[in-house]
Design a protein around this ligand. Structure first.
Ligand SMILES: Cc1cc2nc3c(=O)[nH]c(=O)nc-3n(C[C@H](O)[C@H](O)[C@H](O)COP(=O)(O)O)c2cc1C
Length: 203
């Protein structure tokens, strides 16, 4: 597939068909992640594919803080959201656990953090964190090129998650990515105006 076609096709999907993901496609997707640019040529990235159902239940239990929000809580959370942010939030909220439990594959993307995140004071110190997102974007684009979709879920409590997944102390979880063939494409992307985004010589 043409690169720009993959860029156009990539989008967040939270509902999946039962159809399994072919192993060779999944491996190509992860290999594409490993080709991404990285701070100091390090690529200190590791991946956990959760295959066992009981393990997946544990991962979702400790990794997903989702609960049943009252109408009041939702109203409060969405009060100041824009017309584009609010529908995306409302579409995502009720399906967080389901998307992670029901996808044919669940990929956990990990990266080495040489210094605890909360101790980082400069962008330079966050280079490892920045690098893992170049890897994740390659993965998302490669997925689109393969006809696969998913979403990046960012866990709130990575300490418990790391324990369940037996991730070593200097590694951190960047995102959980459920992967599969899409069932729906419900949320519209906010159109970006190139002319308004690009500034010449000064902002
Ligand atoms: C850093 C980051 C964190 C995200 N966290 C979540 C999340 O926790 N749960 C979720 O359902 N979607 C999450 N998303 C997906 C976004 O909601 C989605 O990318 C956005 O609504 C734009 O839609 P699009 O990907 O289809 O363009 C996240 C995306 C990014 C880049």
């Amino acid at each position: 597939m043409d690169f720009y076609e993959a860029v156009e096709k990539r989008k967040t999907v939270r509902e999946f068909q039962l159809k399994p993901v072919e192993k060779e496609k999944l491996m190509r997707v992860i290999a594409a992640g490993l080709k991404a640019p990285t701070h100091n040529n390090l690529r200190e990235w590791e991946f956990v594919l959760v295959k066992d159902l009981e393990q997946r239940k544990r991962v979702v239990e400790v990794g997903v803080a989702a609960k049943d929000y009252s109408e009041k809580e939702v109203e409060k959370a969405t009060r100041n959201m824009s017309e584009w942010e609010k529908p995306a939030y409302l579409a995502a909220l009720p399906v967080q656990k389901r998307m992670l439990m029901s996808s044919p594959e669940l990929l956990i993307v990990c990266f080495r953090m040489r210094q605890p995140l909360k101790e980082c004071k400069t962008l330079y110190e966050l280079n490892n964190f920045a690098s893992i997102w170049t890897c994740i974007e390659n993965i998302l684009l490669a997925m689109a090129a393969e006809g696969l979709y998913g979403v990046t879920y960012i866990p709130r409590d990575t300490a418990s998650l790391r324990k369940v997944l037996e991730i070593p102390g200097d590694y951190e979880v960047a995102a959980l990515i459920p992967i599969g063939y899409p069932k729906d494409y419900s949320v519209k992307q906010k159109p970006a105006s190139l002319n308004k985004k690009i500034h010449y010589d000064k902002w």
